[in-house]
Design a protein around this ligand. Structure first.
Ligand SMILES: Cc1cc2nc3c(=O)[nH]c(=O)nc-3n(C[C@H](O)[C@H](O)[C@H](O)COP(=O)(O)O)c2cc1C
Length: 355
């Protein structure tokens, strides 16, 4: 039998870049002709989980649990250390099942000694397991992932979701580092986010559709039945952020899913995200390039992000959140039907000047 994690990496890397259009193309800024800032005024820092980070993005959950993915975790950890960005491990399920796999995760902490590292488990795990996952990585925070569509398409997937809420509460009771509840590329609805907030979770990574597609990846792993009809399941990252815009302001929203380029990242921040996670992007970097080249490519990404802030006349990500945004196509349609005020979003800079 092949290793599931190795399959995921192989398929994710093969599918990367397949999506050429995205809901981010249906979110536009309003260009203003008179600039007021210089590049040196731009501050890309982000603040979430009670910490300040120099950059607005992080390496999101991916690997661990096999020899190959140990090596990938090592490369990702070196990159995270160079860039000083937070890094999440893949689900520690494999290590909880088989302690021999622990070192494929521990390598992250060995390399990124003083870095901000997040452990990851699924909501099929209870508080004891989650606590163990945090210990293995000496993690600074824990991600708990929700992935119903992936389980449904996965040949060996879970067929009983009755314990999810109990597990979430048990994890919350037993784990003493901050918790992020995340999706895995299917997005979140306002209702799910409200429910998570009521359960006491205040940091959510909406991880929406538009990038790595686990319905497709799991389908590629099965020969008996074809689940292609579920490839489009879920809310895109843009739509999930629109859904989140109707929530209490004290929730911290992180965005991931299909961030292809700096402009997508800046749009996600402008739509309300505190920071942005990328998985597919970092995976293809470390699979195809050495550390030096990968660092250089991310430096170019950072430089371009800064220039887009400058073009938008914004000093920091807080200012991005007051820019007018014009929705079209799918996101506009979704907003109309879900009672999200697209017109107010298109004119929100005016309400700021009245503050
Ligand atoms: C190879 C691979 C493995 C992943 N494994 C996990 C995982 O173990 N736990 C998890 O929460 N998310 C996992 N994800 C999902 C990502 O964290 C992220 O939510 C999703 O890939 C969308 O982001 P992207 O479009 O930037 O890749 C994985 C993604 C990839 C590419």
């Amino acid at each position: 039998m092949t290793n599931r994690k190795d399959d995921h990496v192989k398929e994710a890397a093969a599918n990367y870049g397949e999506i050429k259009t995205s809901d981010f193309d249906h979110v536009r800024f309003v260009h203003q002709s008179i600039g007021q800032l210089a590049e040196e005024d731009i501050d890309l820092s982000s603040h979430w989980l009670g910490q300040d980070f120099p950059l607005p993005f992080y390496i999101n959950a991916m690997t661990g649990g096999s020899t190959w993915t140990k090596e990938i975790n090592g490369r990702l950890a070196h990159l995270a250390r160079e860039l000083k960005v937070p890094m999440a491990s893949g689900s520690l399920s494999a290590a909880l099942r088989d302690p021999k796999q622990e070192d494929s995760f521990r390598i992250i902490r060995e390399i990124y000694l003083d870095g901000f590292v997040l452990a990851n488990v699924g909501a099929d795990r209870d508080g004891q397991d989650a606590k163990r996952a945090v210990e293995i990585l000496q993690a600074d925070a824990l991600q708990v992932h929700l992935n119903l569509p992936q389980e449904i398409v996965m040949p060996e997937g879970d067929r009983d979701f009755r314990k999810i809420k109990d597990h979430l509460l048990d994890i919350q009771a037993q784990v003493d580092v901050p918790i992020v509840v995340k999706e895995v590329g299917f997005g979140m609805s306002r209702e799910s986010m409200e429910e998570l907030a009521q359960l006491g979770f205040s940091t959510l990574d909406i991880s929406g559709r538009g990038g790595t597609n686990f319905a497709q990846i799991e389908n590629q792993r099965r020969a008996d039945q074809d689940f292609a009809e579920l490839f489009d399941w879920g809310q895109t990252t843009v739509v999930s952020l629109l859904e989140a815009s109707q929530l209490r302001e004290d929730l911290t929203i992180l965005a991931s899913g299909g961030i292809r380029q700096p402009l997508d990242l800046v749009k996600a921040l402008s739509l309300g995200a505190q920071a942005v996670g990328m998985s597919g992007y970092f995976l293809q970097l470390v699979l195809n390039h050495d550390l030096e080249t990968s660092v250089q490519k991310v430096q170019n990404f950072i430089e371009k992000t800064k220039l887009i802030y400058l073009l938008l006349n914004c000093r920091n990500s807080q200012e991005l959140k007051h820019l007018d945004l014009i929705l079209s196509d799918g996101p506009w349609h979704w907003a109309q039907l879900r009672g999200i005020d697209a017109q107010a979003l298109a004119q929100r800079s005016q309400s700021k000047s009245q503050d």
